[in-house]
Design a protein around this ligand. Structure first.
Ligand SMILES: NC(=O)c1ccc[n+]([C@@H]2O[C@H](COP(=O)([O-])OP(=O)(O)OC[C@H]3O[C@@H](n4cnc5c(N)ncnc54)[C@H](O)[C@@H]3O)[C@@H](O)[C@H]2O)c1
Length: 297
């Protein structure tokens, strides 16, 4: 059995569907129910309840720990809640896994640990320099996840996710909400908003590829370094809009607004380590993933 904390969320529902297809029994632990159609047992519980976690982890072959507060701006205004759910929640998951004798934890970290990277594509060896409490709590959490491998012989994996996009994404997501926002604006004939000159790049990776990375991680023997999970390609926001407009048969007409404070200029993952260590090769080209989203509208 695989337990997925935060399995009701965006990446979680793609992952639980994949794990069920692969023949695993899946248990979701989340404070909210999963969307319809996800084939998994759902238990309403918080990662802030360590005793309940330990009971729910009993007999599991691996834990995928996705549960988190993901709003970067909210982490600035309320660092306590961010720390509690993201950092303390991760320690609760690790302790419960250790006490329940679960051998593996795969953890969803974030490209936010790099801050504004100086080297593109960014390798895992790049210094971590988070720009938000969210990035700092992810960095602290990933250190604990790898520490538990060393202290207790667990076979844990840390995946640093870049901008995961796909069906079912919340438009408010700080990661790839821009794709959902663009597709809504294009469908409604409104002007999509771009902050800055649109030349800032992001590494968009499809949620099914990210889900596959977790499946590979829990089948592996763990890894003592975090692994970047992205497409390995940078896409400028203006190019993204052009691609989406062309798929929808519309002409791009963005509304350019002032660059937002703290926005990262360039973000592209070097995924060579993830290829080598867990055999991660993203399969869904951006055009194909965007086509699904534009067609949904
Ligand atoms: N989406 C991305 O591009 C991206 C990028 C980098 C990292 N990540 C990380 O991947 C993970 C999943 O992200 P997502 O985009 O699916 O976010 P999401 O918000 O859709 O999913 C998070 C889930 O965690 C649950 N949750 C929150 N607090 C909880 C608690 N106390 N106990 C149990 N469950 C709780 C939520 O109900 C939600 O279902 C997160 O850890 C996030 O930080 C995501």
């Amino acid at each position: 059995m695989i337990v997925v904390t935060g399995g009701s969320g965006f990446i979680g529902s793609h992952l639980c569907s994949l794990l069920a297809e692969e023949g695993h029994d899946v248990r979701i632990i989340d404070i909210a129910p999963p969307p319809m159609g996800v084939k998994a047992e759902f238990v309403r519980a918080s990662v802030l309840d360590p005793l309940k976690l330990q009971k729910l982890f009993s007999g599991a072959d691996a834990i995928v720990h996705l549960a988190a507060l993901i709003d970067v701006q909210a982490s600035v205004s309320d660092p306590f809640s961010d720390f509690q759910v993201n950092a303390q929640g991760t320690i609760n998951v690790l302790e419960a896994a250790r006490r329940a004798s679960v051998p593996k934890v795969a953890f969803a970290s974030s490209a936010a640990v790099y801050g504004d990277p100086e080297e593109i594509p960014v390798p895992e060896s790049h210094p971590a320099s988070p720009l938000s409490p969210y990035g700092a709590s992810k960095l602290a959490s990933e250190r604990y996840v790898l520490l538990y491998s060393r202290l207790y012989g667990m076979r844990n994996t840390v995946l640093r996710l870049f901008n995961v996009y796909g069906r079912g994404q919340n438009p408010l997501s700080p990661y790839s909400g821009v794709i959902t926002k663009f597709s809504e604006a294009i469908a409604e004939g409104k002007q999509p908003i771009i902050y800055g000159d649109g030349e800032q790049t992001r590494d968009f990776v499809h949620a099914d590829d990210a889900a596959n990375a977790f499946s590979l991680a829990i089948s592996s023997d763990g890894c003592d370094s975090p692994l970047n999970i992205g497409s390995g390609k940078g896409t400028a926001i203006l190019d993204l809009l052009e691609k989406m407009c062309s798929l929808a048969g519309k002409t791009p007409n963005p509304l350019l607004q002032r660059e937002r404070k703290g926005d990262i200029r360039k973000s592209v993952a070097d995924i060579s380590l993830a290829k080598r260590k867990i055999g991660f090769y993203p399969k869904i080209p951006l055009e194909q993933g965007l086509k699904e989203i534009v067609a949904e509208k």
